[in-house]
Design a protein. Structure first.
Length: 169
């Protein structure tokens, strides 16, 4: 029984802490400084993804940009990204992650970052998970291990979850 309690404590603290760290980090790098690459669209294509039983079909739009540094291709599910060859574009690239965050073409800006709502939802759910873990540890009725040891183990597992989340980012 003590092994199950130890595993439960590790999971109850570690998983929400790791998810919370991942979401906060995602929000932090969302507004990181960017640099611009000017170029010309030299190609575009669409990739259709068929529906499985659980999802709806969707299309990914790719463009190839030729710049002074060379050609590069990227894509997103936003149809606004689909651009005809010959169009002048300015691509904003994150200095932190080297991901393309937006494309400006003909006065239109296409934002390729994840929405803030997704990260906020993840933060709320992970915070509730950590609160539940804390309450669970304080109210657990079997005293195979002392509460202070369970809380210490929970803090260590939360730190481990944070470490793993930062490795994944």
């Amino acid at each position: 029984m003590i092994v199950l309690r130890l595993i439960g404590t590790l999971l109850w603290f570690g998983v929400p802490a790791g998810v919370l760290t991942y979401a906060v980090h995602d929000l932090e790098v969302r507004d990181a400084p960017t640099y611009s690459i000017e170029g010309t669209v030299v190609g575009h294509r669409q990739q259709h993804h068929e529906a499985t039983q659980d999802s709806t079909p969707y299309t990914t739009y790719f463009i190839t940009v030729r710049s002074a540094t060379g050609d590069f291709e990227f894509g997103d599910e936003q149809q606004a990204l689909d651009t005809e060859p010959g169009t002048q574009v300015v691509v904003q690239v994150s200095k932190t992650t080297d991901d393309i965050v937006s494309v400006r073409k003909n006065g239109t800006v296409v934002d390729l970052r994840n929405t803030v709502g997704n990260d906020i939802g993840i933060i709320v759910v992970a915070s509730i998970g950590l609160l539940i873990a804390l309450v669970r540890e304080l109210l657990l009725e079997d005293y195979d291990i002392p509460r202070w040891a369970g809380l210490l183990l929970g803090l260590l597992s939360a730190g481990g979850g944070v470490y793993v989340a930062l490795l994944l980012v």
